[in-house]
Design a binder for this molecule. Sequence first.
Ligand code: MG
Length: 410
Amino acid sequence: MGIEIRNVRVICTAPEGVNLVTVKIETNEPELYGVGCATFTHRYLAVVSVIEEYLRPFLIGKDPANIEDLWQSIMGMSYWRNGPVLNNALAGVDMALWDIKGKMAGMPLYQLFGGKCRSGIPCYTHAEGATVEQTLERVEALRERGYRKIRVQVGGYGGKNPNLHKPENPFPGAYFDPKAYMKNVLKLMEKLRMTYGDTLDFCHDSHERLSPIDAVNFAKELEQYNLLFLEDALPPEQVEWFRVIRQQTATPLAMGELFNNPHEWRTIVSERLIDYIRVHVSQIGGITPARKLVAFCDAYGVRTAWHGPVDMTPIGHAVNAHLDISSPNLGVQEWADSFTGLYPTLNGPLMQEMFPGMPESRDGYLYLNDRPGIGVDIDEELAKKYPCTESLVSWDWMLARLPDGTAVRP
Ligand code: MG
């Protein structure tokens, strides 16, 4: 008898206060199973429902070897497709199948993808302060820790401005002033270049908050500071504006963490309107479509910078790293280093214990282990001690508002 899928289980856990979703596919061989990341932290129960109610019955009894066929079948079987809930559910399954494939081959995934293109993965992490001065202090701490590429923010997404001119009885929300925000970031960049010259690479995430014409101006103003990239200058709904930005400035552009559907990246890649594709691998459906995206981008000179936030399991981070190390067109990898103290501790002791085998960052580079498959496991008993809760599903900064109270995309 050949190998077949016996069970598909979902493990939800919230170590460090972030809801994470892991898929585990078990086979008829007792020791052979795979794990994948299906984390859509803000709608995690919807993902669980799709996997348990729809994908599990479909997958039981199937041959785990036929990843491409299973991926194509699941993508089509709901007829309506390419949304974040369905894609995350599919991605968790897809990664678990690749994990099984690697274990059956006795090789780490990157070997199946063609082997290493470099010995370590250049990564960047986040420096963020309430003020320009505080951000500078954190940049220095990260530089001393070995980072040479750093994302710099001041005052949270959109910045904090205490002098907002609000209307009476303002709606609740995270108010920000686009003009003050842009000015403050430019001030930060000036200080950083005065302090470090060209010895460090800096990127900045404008988190798609600006109006299109403000984004054009902002990218132009930033050109003098020679960024690694400006991230998410526009929301996905306004990607045609990248043509305007591109015609006016050579500031490198990164885009895509909200993308779900191939239509969203096809034009900006094939017209060479961006420099880095930054999709969230589980949001596009997992390893199978991500490998195709790598090849597609490579043809147009676009490099990868996969989204690497805290709302992703270490399994998902390891998947990023397998893609990174085997892709000729890797740009850089985002890594939420616990050292910053800004975010839940991705690589702190609890995460390392719950997800043994996760990638390790040293001196600004990320390293994978050489275990077969993805190389990361989950301690289910420990995971049970940190249950997910509904109170964790939304974050304050997501209710973004302009000074007059208008809601904007966060
Ligand atoms: Mg981002």
